[in-house]
Write a protein of this length. Structure first.
Length: 115
């Protein structure tokens, strides 16, 4: 079973930056795509960004396009999310998963953006 561990969240002022990491461990990990998702209080979990594990092709939600950058390190089996120009509406718990997501979610990492 693959385990996904997210880290890098925190409290930041609007306009600031954070870099999230997602490390995979367990059985052989070879997803076609990996994604970042987020869930704000009282809202459903939503797609943020995805990257092809082999191709490196990326896709973003319109709300983060131009501000967030997803990347991966295949050797470290780690996915990153560089978040710049953060806004209060980016406040959420951020999760990584395969894309489309499997049922196995990690604990997530909290990102709080103050105005």
């Amino acid at each position: 079973q693959v385990q996904l561990v997210e880290s890098g969240g925190g409290l930041v002022q609007a306009g600031g930056s954070l870099r999230l990491s997602c490390a995979a461990s367990g059985r052989t990990f070879n997803p076609a795509n990996m994604g970042w998702f987020r869930q704000a209080p009282g809202k459903e979990r939503e797609f943020v960004a995805a990257i092809g594990w082999t191709s490196g092709r990326t896709a973003y939600a319109d709300s983060v396009k131009g501000r967030f950058t997803i990347s991966r390190d295949s050797a470290k089996v780690t996915v990153y999310l560089q978040m710049d120009s953060l806004k209060p509406e980016d406040t959420a718990v951020y999760y990584c998963n395969s894309h489309p997501p499997s049922a196995a979610w990690g604990q997530g990492t909290q990102v709080t953006v103050s105005s």
